[in-house]
Design a binder for this molecule. Structure first.
Ligand SMILES: [Zn+2]
Length: 164
């Protein structure tokens, strides 16, 4: 399992913050992190502790998001509603959890700056997700195996990690 950041978030500070949190997840929990730069707007990313690739939004959408049933089951909107609003791909700034087979199991659907969009918005933003899992114990994901959690477990149902 790994965490993938679709970069760059439009706002530089959000983008830099996401990179810092990903590096911290790698250092603290040995989580594999990577960046797909699909909309390069900011500086080069030196010293990132994971792979940094250049891709197009179309490549990412086709590979990760389009008709992804696992993702469809855990986000409120369909992937096309969330990432292809009005026919235009809008993916940069989001993060995804990728399983061993390379399938996206969860992705944020609201970019980090979307604070204040209403109740429940924090559950859908990239930044809240990254901040939550860097401040373990997280109730959203197990930092040992990156298994998704409902939030009320005492032990990870996937690997048995103590979440209390
Ligand atoms: Zn686990």
């Amino acid at each position: 399992m790994k965490i993938r950041y679709y970069a760059d978030a439009e706002i530089r500070e959000m983008h830099n913050h996401a990179i810092r949190l990903l590096a911290q997840l790698h250092d603290d929990h040995d989580i594999t992190v990577e960046i797909d730069r699909i909309d390069e707007q900011h500086d080069p990313i030196p010293d990132f502790p994971g792979e940094v690739r250049r891709l197009t939004p179309e490549e990412v959408y086709e590979r990760d998001l389009k008709r992804n049933r696992s993702l469809n089951a855990v986000i409120e909107q369909t992937p096309s509603e969330a990432f292809k609003r009005y026919g235009t791909l809008d993916i940069a700034g989001n993060v995804a959890v990728i399983d061993e087979e390379g399938t996206v199991q969860w992705a944020s659907t609201l970019p980090g700056y979307a604070d204040g969009y209403g109740p429940g918005a924090e559950a859908q933003t990239a930044m809240d997700f990254l901040e939550d899992i860097t401040t373990s114990p997280s109730n959203r994901i197990c930092v040992e195996c990156l298994g998704l959690l409902d939030g009320d477990e005492n032990f990870c149902p996937n690997c048995g990690n103590d979440l209390s």
